[in-house]
Unconditional design. Structure first.
Length: 324
């Protein structure tokens, strides 16, 4: 391939990558809508509200029917539902959890207003977002830097550290120091995420280790192609479908669910659970991050075997030549 041909190929490839990135980031944002969104409806007029919701927005909501308002509140606090509509005397009341998703909280408020058919309904934020970040903007902005820094650390460790043991040490160092520093900024300086600093740092460190570890492990097991494969998976699928600024049930199917199986989406869910819900709903995203971390270590093990095999291949001894 000549220099001109190589230049044209690189230019076209970069343009295709740019188009793919635009699709990956813009398409989910342009198709935000409820899809089996878990909410609760309770009270004496619950049947009427459920019927109205089904007629107005079929397949939009997965509606639970708790026995009373107290049970609906418990479901919100346990992350079983995003909010609830409570019927009774007068217009329906709306219970929201802006900490779970400000976007969903706004949508439920609008639905309550439509059901009330008049002035704004009574709305109570059962689990509120941080007062310094009421719209969840800063929280949603955390996920991309965590993913990008993890990718960057993985690339640097892959290229600059030659041994598997050195790469592993670098990953552990990045996870610990990165987790502590990132939460010192978000939790301490900016104060946009409540909760325990050490618990949040542990989550951020696990995310950092998982993302960087997959990049390093893929490079060790697959070579240079592994870097690109892992980085593009985290960047083009993991981040735009993480639902950090919305909710998985608002994204097109099945991408919302797929996003929760990748580190960025699991990170968003786990940070919400730890910061706002006392750990409720943390089991699944924690398991996802641990599985990715274990996969990273397994890939590093494969890489160690690859580099060890040539050295272990016995060299045939020279055959002595006898003089005739």
């Amino acid at each position: 391939m000549t220099t001109t041909q190589r230049a044209l190929a690189v230019g076209v490839g970069a343009a295709l990558l740019q188009a793919l990135m635009l699709i990956a980031f813009a398409w989910p944002a342009a198709n935000i809508a409820p899809r089996d969104l878990p909410i609760a409806v309770t009270g004496p007029q619950a049947d009427l509200v459920v019927t109205q919701l089904a007629e107005h927005s079929p397949d939009a909501f997965d509606i639970a029917r708790p026995a009373d308002e107290a049970a609906a509140r418990a479901a919100i606090e346990d992350r079983g539902v995003y909010g609830a509509i409570v019927t009774g005397d007068g217009p329906p009341r709306v219970l929201i959890a802006s900490a779970a998703s400000p976007v969903v909280a706004q949508q439920l408020t609008q639905i309550g207003q439509q059901l009330a058919g008049g002035p704004a309904p009574r709305v109570e934020d059962v689990v509120a977002a941080d007062p310094d970040d009421p719209r969840g903007t800063a929280f949603g902005a955390m996920v991309l830097p965590l993913a990008l820094s993890g990718i960057g650390a993985g690339v640097l460790l892959s290229l600059l550290v030659p041994t598997i043991s050195g790469k592993t040490l670098g990953l552990l160092t990045f996870g610990v120091v990165g987790g502590l520093l990132s939460m010192e900024i978000i939790h301490g300086w900016m104060s946009v995420v409540p909760g325990s600093y050490l618990e949040l740092s542990a989550v951020a460190g696990l995310v950092s280790f998982a993302v960087a570890g997959v990049v390093v492990g893929s490079a060790a097991a697959l070579g240079a192609a592994g870097i690109g494969l892992a980085a593009l998976t985290m960047l083009l699928i993991g981040n735009p479908f993480s639902a950090a600024t919305s909710a998985p049930e608002l994204l097109p199917k099945p991408w919302g669910a797929i996003g929760q199986l990748l580190p960025p989406g699991a990170a968003s869910s786990l940070l919400r659970s730890v910061a706002f819900f006392d750990g409720a709903g943390a089991a699944k995203p924690l398991a996802v991050l641990l599985i990715w971390s274990a996969a990273a270590l397994a890939l590093l093990g494969i890489g160690a075997l690859r580099t060890r095999r040539p050295a272990e291949t016995p060299t045939p001894e020279p055959v002595p030549v006898t003089a005739s």
